[in-house]
Design a protein around this ligand. Structure first.
Ligand code: DX5
Ligand code: ZN
Length: 230
């Protein structure tokens, strides 16, 4: 199956529903609902019980979703909250990940990890925790297709947006090349989305604000409107 053009999709303002808050007993149907509502970026949170306490999912879930997501012209945005992610990126890309994000705090080999993602054919991205300065990305800025600014401490859905993340988004935007997408993750809903876009983010992850609601498609639409997304 042909893959979506990640560079193209990540250029616009996008809301990326995070399946972490979905009903896993009906995961395919939940993804179909948000894709039908217009979502073109599906966010997959991978946690290893080490980098963050919870354990969530691995390549097997990425591969289970890949065909239906790609058939809809959407992409799989895989957020690795795992130690030494460079050892796993090829497997996630082979499973169908289109964009892969590693944490700056999870490896001493960020340059190597980003090149491993690109070699595996996926878009390369780095996430930084709330306590990590934006300068952690300065030496790899030219390698990045996207940067992810955590606006909560990683590990759990449903936390409150950390307000100083807005200033951090602005500093990231100033640091990175214009071609680099900026993603924000944690506590994004219809009230925080507009500020994120004004301060420089264009890919907005939302988990509980979409899948925690009785009508995920309507919740998606409300956030997309608030963000001015396509
Ligand atoms: C948290 C994850 C997020 C999570 C966001 O560590 O990286 O993607 O799903 O959840 P909400 O949108 O509920 O804050
Ligand atoms: Zn995430």
């Amino acid at each position: 199956m042909t893959r979506p053009n990640a560079t193209e999709l990540l250029r616009a303002v996008r809301i990326a529903p995070s399946i972490l808050s979905a009903d896993f007993a009906r995961l395919g149907a939940q993804v179909d609902e948000v894709v039908a509502a217009g979502a073109r970026v599906i966010h997959v949170d991978v946690m290893d019980g080490h980098f963050v306490p919870p354990i969530t999912m691995g390549p097997i879930v990425v591969s289970a979703l890949a065909d239906r997501v790609h058939a809809a012209g959407a992409l799989l945005d895989v957020h690795l909250m795992i130690e030494r992610p460079e050892r796993q990126v090829a497997e996630f890309a082979a499973a169908g990940a289109d964009s892969i994000t590693v944490h700056a705090e999870a490896t001493p080999h960020l340059d190597y990890a980003l090149n491993a993602i690109k070699d595996a054919g996926a878009s390369a991205s780095v996430a930084i925790n709330p306590s990590t300065p934006v300068e952690a990305l300065s030496e790899v800025a030219e390698l990045l297709d996207m940067a992810l600014c955590m606006s909560v401490n990683p590990g759990w859905g449903g936390q409150r947006f950390i307000p100083r993340s807005l200033d951090k988004l602005e500093r990231l935007r100033a640091l990175l090349p214009a071609s680099c997408a900026i993603e924000v993750d944690g506590g994004v809903d219809a009230t925080t989305a507009g500020g994120c876009v004004r301060y420089g983010a264009n890919v907005l992850v939302a988990g509980s604000a979409i899948f925690g609601k009785p009508d995920p498609a309507a919740a998606y639409a409300a956030i997309a409107t608030a963000a001015g997304a396509a």
